[in-house]
Structures are given as structure tokens and as C-alpha cells.
Design a protein around this ligand. Structure first.
Ligand code: UDP
Length: 399
């Protein structure tokens, strides 16, 4: 049995057969994905799983990562925050530098794929070179750009318009554009180390390793240490809960090579946590998928208190583990969770604390939400659906 067939028990044999049929139509087409980091964050997470699976289906898909300096990633992080609507800006010289780094990368990366599939703003300006090639260019925007700082979108728009089409996670996150648009939501891989089933013993071993007591309620947020993930707000919510019920808090996250802010955020988180022995701040190295899986599975409540979010993979990861997820009603999260049906959506720290407490005290309701959440993910947010929609988007570029 080839690996792709292992997904059949989860999504059905027909889904896999259909994937092979669509893949056949892409024969001879080379798809080159480009992004800005090989590890850390949702885009790298998805690409690392999807490329080998597409290859197994017979699709010639590869993945390249642009190179940048600290200054470049400072600029792109500011741009990222501004696209999310945060009031920050960069100078003209910095925008020029952004373009310069893109131009340097254009010299070193093969831009001659039949489809150049460029992810997010960091490598967006590679498209300047498209006239040298006879191929199709597709821009994948993982960010909710519906309410950006004007300067950021005005800067990017001329580059976006050079593409044949753009992919957004949902219509609500998009912008008006004179090019074709596809709406494709991200996904998780149910068979990855991050999401596969684990035994109770495996889960317990990870809790033991970090000194977390599995017999007490545990609230967990897995996220890069990023202001937009609001880890300090998570600690505040936990402190409210703690006044009423016993619990522990796990904040687990590493850094991404294209994210320069994490150390500052981490320092603030440590200060806020103080010496509370029930707060576990786990700075995880890349490839901690098994540990993250176990932490999510062994938690009583999964939290995602983002201030802005394109689409929170961690929310879907928690739901797939049939855990009750409490998450902010922002961006794509509102599409990932149906409030009080497949999870809980909140707007404030107090609301977040209230629901965490409810779920700790009412395991039956927590299980109900978790079970529904898992089925919702099965039907909507698994990698097989995602691959199908990407392949159909690639094909449509040639029709
Ligand atoms: N993640 C991880 N290690 C960490 C922090 C996050 O592997 O230390 C993973 C997490 O499990 C999820 C992805 O990175 O798969 C984050 O994706 P999400 O969409 O939640 O947020 P992003 O980081 O892309 O903003």
C-alpha cells in the first residue's frame, strides 16, 4: 500500500482515486513552490507534508525557500503585521531593500516551472522576472488582508496583479483584484507526527518529560511567540480561571526563521508568568511534532487566543484530536469553529476564562464539542481536500 492510500480509511477510497485522476491531468507540468522559511509556522507545516504527497500522486512538485537577511525579515514581519491591520510602517529605503533581496533570490532560484506557486508577501516580487519565462504564476496569500494598513497593500498590489491568479483562504480575507481568485482553506495532515493517533502511554511520557501533571486540568496554547497570538492574554485568562478551578497552563512554541520578534515576546511572557509553578513555557525546537501532538491530546482545553489570524492550523489540530478548543473569533478561526457546536469562539479575556472554566467543569460538554470538531475537520480541513483544490487550481491556469 502506498502512503497516499493510507488516507483511505480516514477520507474514503473514492477521494484517493479522484486525487490520482486529477494528478494524471497535470502530467508534464512542473510546479515550483516558493516561500520564506523551511520550518516554523503554518505554511512550512503544510508544504512539508504536501510536497511528498503530491509527488506520490505523480505530480512534479518541488519547494524552494528564499534567502534573506535579518533586516529583510524585520521588514517582512512589519509588512505582515501591517497587512493584518497593525499600525506599523517601514521606510521607502526598506521597501527598496525588500525588492533588492527579491531580485537577488530571483538569480538563484529556478523560476522556470510551469506553475510558479509563490506563498505570501516575502517572495512576491520574484514575479518581476516572469517575462523571461513562458509560464503561469500563482500567488498564495495565507494572511487575512481584508483590512490592511494602506501602505502595505498599495505596495504589494502591483506585484499581485502581475500574477495570473491569487489564492486566499476565504472570500472574507481577500481584496478586489483584476486577476482570477481561488478560495482554498488550509488543512492538516492526519497522519503526520503532529496529528497521528498516540497511545495514552506516549502522551503520558511527554507530560512526564516536561513535568506536567496529567491528573490535573491542563490548558494549552501552541503558537510561535508572537504578539498576534496574544500569549500574555493567555496568561491573564489562565489567572482568571485559576481563581475558581485548579489548572495548569502550557504555552508551547518555537521560533520561525522568518520571525524576528519572538525573543522579545518570550521575555514578556516569562515576566508575566512570574514564578507560577503551574505555568509551563516550553520553547520547543523544530521537529517537536510528536511532543506537540501529545501536549494537544493530553490537554483538557486547547486555546488559541489570537488577535489576528489568517487560518489557525493549531485550532484544526486541536479539533482533530477531539479536544474542546476555545479560540478568538478572529479571521479564519470563525470558519474553523462553529460556536457552541464544534468549539467555542470568544472576544475577550474574561469570556475566554469563563469558557475554559465551563469546559473544565463540564467534561461531557467538552467531549461533545471535541467529537463534533473532529468530524468538522474530517469533512473540511484535511490535506486530501486541500491537494485536490490546489491541483484543480493549477489545471485551471492552463484552460
Ligand atoms: N508549530 C510548531 N512548533 C511551534 C509552534 C507552532 O510546530 O513551536 C506549528 C503548529 O503546530 C501549527 C503551525 O506551526 O502546525 C502554526 O500554524 P498556525 O496557522 O497556527 O500559525 P502561524 O504560525 O502560521 O501563524
Amino acid at each position: 500500500m502506498s502512503r497516499i492510500r493510507e488516507y483511505a480509511p480516514i477520507v474514503g477510497e473514492e477521494v484517493i482515486d479522484q486525487l490520482f485522476k486529477i494528478a494524471e491531468k497535470l502530467e508534464g507540468k512542473r510546479i515550483i513552490n516558493i516561500n520564506s522559511t523551511a520550518v516554523g509556522g503554518g505554511v512550512a507545516e503544510i508544504l512539508s507534508r504536501m510536497i511528498p504527497l503530491l509527488n506520490e500522486l505523480g505530480v512534479d512538485a518541488t519547494w524552494e525557500v528564499i534567502k534573506g537577511t535579518d533586516e529583510f525579515f524585520n521588514i517582512t514581519k512589519t509588512m505582515h503585521n501591517a497587512l493584518h491591520g497593525v499600525n506599523v510602517s517601514v521606510t521607502e529605503e526598506q521597501l527598496e531593500y525588500f525588492l533588492e533581496i527579491n531580485r537577488q533570490n530571483a538569480k538563484n532560484i529556478n523560476l522556470d516551472g510551469d506553475v510558479m506557486f509563490v506563498h505570501d508577501p516575502q517572495p512576491i516580487a520574484l514575479v518581476e522576472k516572469r517575462s523571461q519565462f513562458n509560464n503561469k504564476w500563482l500567488w498564495r496569500c495565507h494572511i487575512d488582508v481584508s483590512r490592511p494598513q494602506e501602505w502595505a497593500w498599495n505596495f504589494l498590489k502591483p506585484y499581485v496583479e502581475k500574477y495570473d491568479a491569487a489564492v486566499f483562504s476565504a472570500p472574507a480575507f481577500a481584496q478586489q483584484l483584476p486577476i482570477d481568485q481561488f478560495f482554498i482553506s488550509p488543512s492538516i495532515d492526519p497522519l503526520s507526527d503532529k496529528n497521528k493517533d498516540l497511545s495514552k502511554e506516549e502522551i503520558r511520557a511527554v507530560f512526564d518529560k516536561f513535568g506536567i501533571d496529567m491528573n490535573r486540568p491542563t490548558i494549552t496554547q501552541v503558537s510561535r511567540f508572537d504578539y498576534l497570538k496574544d500569549p500574555v492574554g493567555v496568561i491573564e485568562a489562565y489567572k482568571h480561571v485559576k481563581k475558581h478551578v485548579d489548572c495548569q497552563l502550557v504555552l508551547a512554541g518555537g521560533t520561525a526563521t522568518d520571525d524576528p520578534e519572538s525573543e522579545k515576546v518570550l521575555a514578556e511572557v516569562r515576566e508575566k508568568a512570574g514564578s507560577d509553578p503551574d505555568i509551563f513555557i516550553l520553547l520547543l525546537p523544530p521537529n517537536s511534532d510528536f511532543e506537540i501532538n501529545a501536549l494537544q491530546r493530553g490537554s483538557t482545553v486547547i486555546l488559541q487566543k489570537s488577535i489576528k489570524e489568517g487560518f489557525g492550523l493549531t485550532v484544526t489540530e486541536g479539533l482533530w484530536k477531539a479536544r474542546p478548543v476555545v479560540a478568538s473569533a478572529v479571521g479564519g478561526i470563525t470558519l474553523q469553529i462553529k460556536h457552541k457546536e464544534s468549539g467555542i469562539l470568544t472576544h475577550t479575556i474574561e469570556g475566554t476564562a469563563y469558557w475554559i472554566k465551563q469546559l473544565i467543569q463540564n467534561p461531557e460538554y467538552a467531549n461533545y464539542l471535541g467529537k463534533n470538531g473532529k468530524e468538522y475537520v474530517r469533512n473540511n480541513f484535511l490535506i486530501t481536500r486541500h491537494m485536490k483544490e490546489y491541483m484543480l487550481a493549477f489545471l485551471s491556469l492552463f484552460s
